[in-house]
Design a protein around this ligand. Structure first.
Ligand code: SF4
Length: 235
């Protein structure tokens, strides 16, 4: 166990990326370019802080008392599947110590290392960006079928899954999309939760600092009422 991992940042006491209180590790590097991305600083495939799985677990264990029975460690990004071997080492060590493991992913990468990683993953947060292929290709940079294939595998392996979707006004804040999302969930019994997350623009400063265009910078944030209305469609 000595694979080097490259980490963008760490949140010691995260409350929104998986069950309970979690030690959240944002991995460096992403293969997609989502217009709504709030972490463009994770995109570059090089850079990040070099670390080992042992170092990550030692840090996570310092917060063990806050994690309790439900919390644990989450690997997010960027795209953690791009560093699947390292992620496997982190999760294996976590499981040896009885720490719950959660993977926050776009589900757009599949290979033998990813399959191995899933064998030590307690929950997946699958970020399904859109429910139509055209939007997926245009605004995220991958195919809907790739992500659905990933979800089918999670279902086959019975890995508890939370489907998450960032709600972006004019692009996916419509009934048709949400009903399709609900239908996808229904067809995959591994999905026990759906989270609709409001598109936020406070990340604009990151784009400015990186001198990158914020592709959805012109779009409004959704209102709380709109999110509640869409959530109602899923009931
Ligand atoms: S997959 Fe996540 S980190 Fe990558 S571009 Fe999309 S939102 Fe950003």
């Amino acid at each position: 166990m000595s694979k080097t991992g490259y980490v963008n940042s760490i949140q010691s006491l995260g409350a929104v990326d998986g069950p309970g209180i979690r030690f959240v590790v944002f991995m460096q590097g992403c293969n997609l370019r989502c217009g709504c991305c709030h972490n463009p600083d994770t995109w570059a495939l090089t850079g990040g802080t070099a670390t080992t799985a042992e170092e990550i677990i030692a840090k996570a264990e310092r917060y063990r008392e806050y994690q309790g029975d439900t919390g644990g460690i989450t690997l997010s990004g960027g795209e953690p599947l791009l560093q699947a071997e390292f992620a496997y080492e982190v999760f294996s060590l976590a499981k040896d110590r009885g720490i719950n493991t959660c993977l926050d992913t776009s589900g757009s990468v599949m290979n033998d290392e990813v399959l191995k990683l899933l064998s030590v993953t307690d929950r997946v947060l699958l970020d399904i960006k859109y429910t139509d292929d055209r939007s997926y290709r245009e605004y995220a940079g991958c195919e809907l079928d790739t992500v659905l294939g990933f979800l089918a595998l999670l279902n086959q392996r019975k890995i508890p899954t939370t489907l998450r979707q960032v709600i972006i006004p004019t692009l996916n804040d419509n009934e048709e999309n949400i009903l399709r999302l609900g239908d996808i969930a229904k067809r995959h019994p591994c999905v026990d939760k759906i989270e609709l997350l409001p598109f936020k623009k406070m990340c604009k400063v990151k784009y400015d600092n990186l001198k990158l265009p914020f592709r959805f910078g012109h779009l409004p944030e959704p209102t709380a009422e709109k999110i509640a209305e869409l959530e109602n469609l899923l009931k």
